[in-house]
Ligand binder design. Sequence first.
Ligand code: PEP
Length: 250
Amino acid sequence: MRKKIVAGNWKMNTTLTEAKNLTSELKQLFSNDIKCEMVVCPPFTWLTTVSENLNNSPIKIGSQNISHQEKGAFTGETSVAMIKEAGATYAIIGHSERRSLYGETNEVIHQKLIAGLSQQLNVILCCGETLEERNAGKLEEILTAQIQLGIGEMSLEYLPQLVIAYEPVWAIGTGLTASPEQAQEAHYFIRKLLSGIFGETAANNISILYGGSCNASNAGVLFSQSDIDGGLIGGASLKAQDFITIAKSF
Ligand code: PEP
């Protein structure tokens, strides 16, 4: 059985008060019928507070990025050790906004992947095509490069910590959700790629999350697809009730 995961990417949103209120609401609304792993990924500055607020709650904490460097003269960067000390057990890497706005390449994303995994983080590796790439028939080419180069040489011992998020760029923050069929088709293709890298049994144990305008209304039908194991949620993760409803959508 693959782990079901619903992770919230808060992006550069929330004041400290809003972050506290959101986590308190999530804690209150959490109920034992939630069978998936819930993860919240606040901005770096609120990681410690959010993790203190969620103490004794099953909700896990993640960061939205990590540095691939261990420590030293890397102005503006945040290391794996730092986010772990702040309470994070997950990290998102290779989000399309990091790729397109901050120039992150598959090569640097691979280094981040290894940095996170080798320091015991669960790493959510994002991939996904732009609309131009999809329309040009390049979906499989793009996913192949992002998955194969992003994973690169990776020890099998890290497999239990690896999570993939398929996020079509045209669906992120646009309200244009991929249809369940489009999403399932891409997830199936990604699982085949994982199977080529790690073998079929291992690939069948890796959780692949869907991201891109996933919300309380469409999560159920997306999560019912056979290769979709949960969601990476942006906008809808900023509303506690919506995020909880999504987590209950399996
Ligand atoms: C995201 O940025 O990871 C995301 C899925 O955003 P949204 O849900 O807002 O489309």
